[in-house]
Design a protein around this ligand. Structure first.
Ligand SMILES: [Zn+2]
Length: 389
């Protein structure tokens, strides 16, 4: 079978076909099958391989090797057998929609900005294209409008393999130096590109082209996009998500971003207020403690670790206590931070944890952790441990 003449090129819309097995050999647990002709597209040109079945046996990968199309199967078939082959059409049509959508976007960017598509990856979710020049989000929104206009105009694709003489006269996009037969794919007003992939017959079949993101990449940008059913499904999800935000914030659908920003600002104001109330509370607490004690115990509710350390430090410095302990009440006990300039706390840590069903530890001048115990018991243990004789 000569290159560019396989069934998937002659009839890209064929979903099932009969073929004869030329060979089938085992390799690393897969059965590698060559047919006399095939509609299974092999991975190449950024497009993933077709999946499907041959005689009901799963085909999970397809590659071109030494000019032959090799089907990777889970079970063997016999050479000479005539078989029924079936393409996973949803998967293939999705590739055709997305591949053609990519051509239109790359072609329009090339026309308008002169940049080349220098990298193309068709993932399961999104399509990534790299361009060798800068583009802004607004640039891409303009390209997206034009691309969808071409979809709506339902422009038929023109695909052909010109001879050398004709080829020399044509200006087309190409990612690499091409040898041998060159296959050109043209979308009038948008693109003319050398490509070995499968495409839709007419742009209307793409349905929708959506640009998703643009980010600096190497010397240019990486653009993410989706086309066809993928684009429709994604836009439905995004719409439903926005609908839920709109209901939750009682905001109009087109004003949800504004409403989220307002909510964020209100939340920041509340954080500031909580911070200032907490520091006022600490001042009152601190003022209530006696000075020059063997130990001081401060009990708080859900205090964060930074505030606990701050409070304990001030108890030590301003109240000149030997040992300062801050406890923060949690669900089933107390988080603790204990510090001292004179008592070796690391040496007492194990004993405290044993008596108070705790965990944690630290250095001679401070220990921290969690006591799964009640406040009375903690207080009693502290009195025994820290009160000087
Ligand atoms: Zn293509």
């Amino acid at each position: 079978m000569e290159e560019m003449c396989e069934l998937f090129y002659r009839d890209p819309y064929i979903r099932s076909f009969s073929a004869t097995v030329v060979s089938c050999i085992e390799h690393k647990g897969a059965w590698l099958t060559v047919l006399d002709d095939t509609a299974f597209y092999p991975e190449g040109g950024g497009q993933e391989a077709d999946h499907g079945t041959i005689n009901g046996i799963e085909v999970f990968d397809v590659h071109r090797k030494d000019g032959k199309i090799v089907h990777y199967m889970k079970e063997p078939v016999e050479a000479g057998m005539d078989l029924e082959c079936r393409i996973d059409w949803d998967r293939r049509f999705d590739h055709m929609q997305n591949h053609t959508g990519e051509h239109i976007v790359s072609g329009l960017i090339h026309k308008e900005f002169g940049y080349d598509n220098v990298g193309f990856h068709m993932g399961k979710e999104i399509i990534q294209i790299d361009f060798n020049g800068p583009l802004t989000w607004d640039d891409l929104m303009g390209i997206e409008l034009k691309a969808n206009q071409i979809v709506m105009n339902d422009v038929p694709l023109h695909i052909w393999c010109p001879d050398k003489e004709e080829l020399d006269q044509i200006d087309f996009r190409s990612k690499k130096e091409l040898n041998g037969t060159v296959r050109l794919v043209e979308v009038a007003e948008a693109d003319l590109c050398a490509c070995c992939g499968t495409h839709v017959a007419s742009t209307g079949e793409i349905g929708l082209i959506k640009i998703l993101s643009v980010a600096k990449y190497k010397n240019g940008v990486r653009v993410e996009m989706v086309s066809g059913n993928r684009a429709l499904n994604l836009m439905r999800k995004v719409y439903n998500n926005n609908r839920a935000i709109s209901a939750s914030l009682s905001a109009e659908m087109l004003k949800t971003a504004e409403a989220v920003e307002k909510t964020k600002q209100e939340s920041q104001k509340k954080d500031q207020l909580i911070g200032s109330l907490q520091s006022q509370l600490l001042e009152y607490r601190l003022a209530s403690f006696e000075t020059d004690q063997d130990f001081l115990l401060d009990e708080e509710e859900n205090m964060d670790r930074v505030a606990m350390i701050h409070m304990a430090g001030r108890m030590l410095d301003e109240k000149r206590t030997e040992v300062a302990a801050v406890l923060s009440k949690q669900m089933d006990g107390y988080a603790y931070f204990i510090c001292s300039k004179t008592v070796n706390l690391a040496a007492l840590s194990k004993q405290l944890n044993t008596q108070l069903n705790g965990r944690g530890g630290g250095r001679p001048d401070n220990i921290q952790g969690f006591f799964q115990s009640d406040i009375q018991t903690i207080r009693e243990v502290f009195v025994k441990t820290f009160t000087k004789a």
